[in-house]
Design a protein around this ligand. Structure first.
Ligand code: HEC
Length: 399
């Protein structure tokens, strides 16, 4: 303990600046000199490298289409570029010519069967599921939408063809409908593999998956601008009325109004408005006419609607965005700008070799991908175009 304390508290400047030097040097390919840590800081605060210094160093990066090609080929096809491709970029001449050759190769990678395989792997990782016939249907559907340059929204709204199969050799998809008793499908939201894989008490794991995979943050998902002081250790931070979810005093059997240790409602205000939508799928992912999930109470009784929400309270994606069923949820998600940005951010981290955006907190600041997100939105949220935009972005091709 003592050693750990010492290293953190006695040399914060040193530690931070050394790390910053390493990062800056890695980014800029520059040696780290004392100059990076000076500046006009008067007294030991924790800002050893002024922001404009970072900007300058980022600005010093240079286009390197040969290096970019190597990474793009690995990520998009799983293989290094061919010698002919490497030479074509190197011998293209001007930077503009190199860029044109590079971009033509990226486009050709997106046409290759190998790209389909890479996308199946990407979506398996993103969805944290796959490798059995049923568990593969959701990631394979997402991969199909990506390869076929279809819109992100279809991932949540497609009514047919949502359980395709994949021929890895050929890199081709064959459309098929999911067979789990659903009348009107809503993309992966009604997928049997998703429902089975994330089956849990009160359907909260399914809700968590939807939030983390497509909104790119863990719960709590919604923050009010003015937190409410409950007189407890934590404030209430969700925008929903506190009584809009169940507790022991308004019909529930689980106390989501509890504030004794944490304020359950900070997360569960959103979660409880979503979970009933997922509650009718059983542990094999089949839709039933009755609720199929239990509460953690004594004897694990089946949950009742009033365990999530008081009578009369409607299900919703977000505060002010009521959704009566999964197709409505899918439409709301397809229209949510945060969901669109999340998809671009996930492609971004894929390109840059980062881990899962939620699990590893590899957050992509909105301003970093603003150009790509704007293009994604104005271009109809087409997924393959988004991949191309990321792999041709300045941040990807500059080192
Ligand atoms: C920081 C957000 C957050 C807070 C605060 C929170 N929960 Fe949850 N809760 C979750 C998430 C996310 C899950 C789903 C976890 C999973 O299965 O992956 C969950 C799951 C549950 C479950 C199902 C667990 C099971 O048995 O499988 C219950 C019941 C529950 N929460 C009740 C509560 C109560 C009561 C409180 C307050 C004492 C609370 N939660 C506070 C986020 C939260």
């Amino acid at each position: 303990m003592r050693t750990a304390n010492l290293s953190v508290e006695e040399k914060p400047m040193r530690t931070t600046s050394t790390l910053a030097c390493t990062l800056a040097a890695a980014l800029a390919g520059a040696a780290c000199t004392g100059a990076t840590t000076t500046g006009d800081d008067q007294g030991g605060d924790d800002d050893p490298i002024p922001t404009d210094e970072w900007d300058r160093r980022l600005g010093e990066r240079e286009y390197d289409y040969s290096a970019a090609l190597r990474i793009a080929a690995l990520r998009l096809t799983g293989n290094l570029p061919t010698l002919a491709e490497v030479k074509a970029v190197a011998d293209a001449g001007s930077l503009a010519a190199q860029k044109a050759v590079y971009e033509s190769f990226v486009a050709s990678y997106l046409d290759a069967p190998a790209f389909a395989n890479q996308m199946v792997a990407f979506w398996r990782d993103t969805f944290k599921m796959g490798r059995s016939a049923m568990l593969d249907t959701a990631p394979v559907f997402a991969a199909q939408l990506t390869v076929e340059n279809r819109a992100l929204g279809e991932l949540f709204t497609a009514a047919t063809g949502t359980c395709p199969t994949f021929d890895a050799q050929a890199g081709t998809f064959t459309a098929a409908d999911c067979q789990n008793g659903v009348t009107t499908h809503a993309g992966i939201l009604t997928n049997p593999g998703v429902q089975a894989h994330f089956y849990s008490n009160m359907a909260f794991r399914r809700v968590r998956w939807v939030q983390e995979a497509f909104a790119c943050t863990a719960f709590p998902a919604e923050l009010t601008e003015v937190p409410i002081d409950l007189g407890t250790a934590q404030a209430y931070t969700a925008p929903w009325p506190f009584e809009s979810i169940s507790g022991l005093t308004n019909g529930g059997t689980v106390d989501f109004h509890d504030t004794s240790a944490v304020v359950c409602a900070n997360c569960h205000a959103t979660m409880n408005h979503l979970a009933p939508l997922f509650a009718y799928f059983d542990e094999d992912g089949q839709l039933q006419t009755t609720i199929q999930v239990q509460t953690p109470n004594e004897g694990a009784p089946d949950a009742k609607l009033t365990d999530w929400l008081p009578a009369g309270e409607a299900t919703a994606w977000r505060y002010g965005v009521p959704v009566a069923d999964l197709p409505a949820l899918g439409a709301a998600m397809a229209a949510d700008a945060k969901v669109a940005e999340c998809a671009v951010a996930r492609f971004w981290n894929f390109a840059l070799g980062k881990g899962d955006i939620v699990d590893t907190l590899s957050i992509v600041p909105s301003e970093v991908i603003a150009t790509q997100v704007a293009a994604f939105q104005s271009g109809g949220q087409t997924l393959r175009d988004a991949v191309f935009a990321v792999f041709t972005a300045d941040d990807f091709v500059k080192f």
